[in-house]
Design a protein around this ligand. Structure first.
Ligand SMILES: [Fe+2]
Length: 257
């Protein structure tokens, strides 16, 4: 049985692709080169990476651009579910000798009307001070710098972690090769990843960036939004940062929902 949504999207895609072929005068040789490269992309397992880098942000903008509330940012390819549930005082699981600056991040989760959202589930994951994620780099324990916890009555949480480093997306495969072709650098600014789930509200998948990061303006994955930038404050032997998250009640319709 035909899936009407697939029919509709494929027809539109095919029409636009044919227009592009004509407009760019794409040759048969170029077409064949593309097929080989695309095949290699699939074999390398980098299709999710490539799509997240070039298109995920655009999908989110289409759904949520101009909507009230904290802007979403890409989930990216490095999320792992079943992360450990943390007990207060929250501290992301880390190695005894975890590299990097000690960092306390405070979030306040509110509804659009300013009402604090207590007992809200917050999932958090991040790269380490070398820009590497557990489960995706060798030698890092499972669930390192990944955890979930709940906000308090005031919708607030503070979690101890380390400042993540900016990182390069993998450059050794076809996605990296492609970045060379288009003369783009492979860096993402340092960031924390969050999924926040409050009852009666849209799930918020987003990221928090840090003021002053040199890659903020040219994030290869186009994930930065001004409202997601936190100021870092050096306080003796550690650093603090904070951000308010405003969740949208499900009753407020998203554009493409
Ligand atoms: Fe990331």
């Amino acid at each position: 049985m035909a899936n009407q949504r697939v029919v509709e999207i494929f027809e539109a895609f095919s029409e636009k692709a044919k227009e592009l072929i004509e407009e760019q005068k794409i040759t048969h040789e170029e077409y064949r080169q593309f097929c080989l490269w695309f095949d290699e992309l699939g074999r390398s397992g980098e299709i999710p990476l490539f799509m997240d880098v070039f298109f995920e942000s655009h999908v989110l903008r289409g759904m949520y651009g101009d909507m009230p509330g904290t802007e979403p940012s890409l989930l990216g390819p490095y999320y792992v579910d079943n992360e450990p549930e943390l007990k207060e005082p929250f501290e992301l699981p880390m190695r005894p000798d975890e590299k990097g600056e000690v960092f306390y991040f405070t979030g306040i989760v509110k509804s659009l009307d300013g009402k604090p959202l207590g007992n809200t589930e917050v999932c958090m994951w991040q790269a380490d001070a070398d820009g590497e994620y557990s489960h995706f780099a060798d030698g890092i324990p499972e669930y390192n710098l990944r955890g979930k916890f709940k906000t308090d009555d005031q919708g607030k949480f503070t979690v101890k972690t380390v400042i993540p480093a900016p990182y390069q997306i993998p450059t050794g495969g076809p996605t990296g090769q492609f970045l060379d072709y288009i003369d783009s650098h492979p860096y993402r600014p340092a960031h924390l990843h969050f999924i926040i789930r409050a009852e009666g509200h849209d799930e918020l998948i987003t990221q928090v960036f840090f003021d002053g990061d040199k890659w903020l303006d040219t994030d290869v994955a186009d994930g930065v939004r001004n409202s997601l930038i936190s100021n870092l404050q050096k306080q003796g032997d550690h650093t603090t940062g904070a951000l308010e998250f405003e969740l949208r009640p499900v009753s407020v319709p998203a554009k493409n929902k």
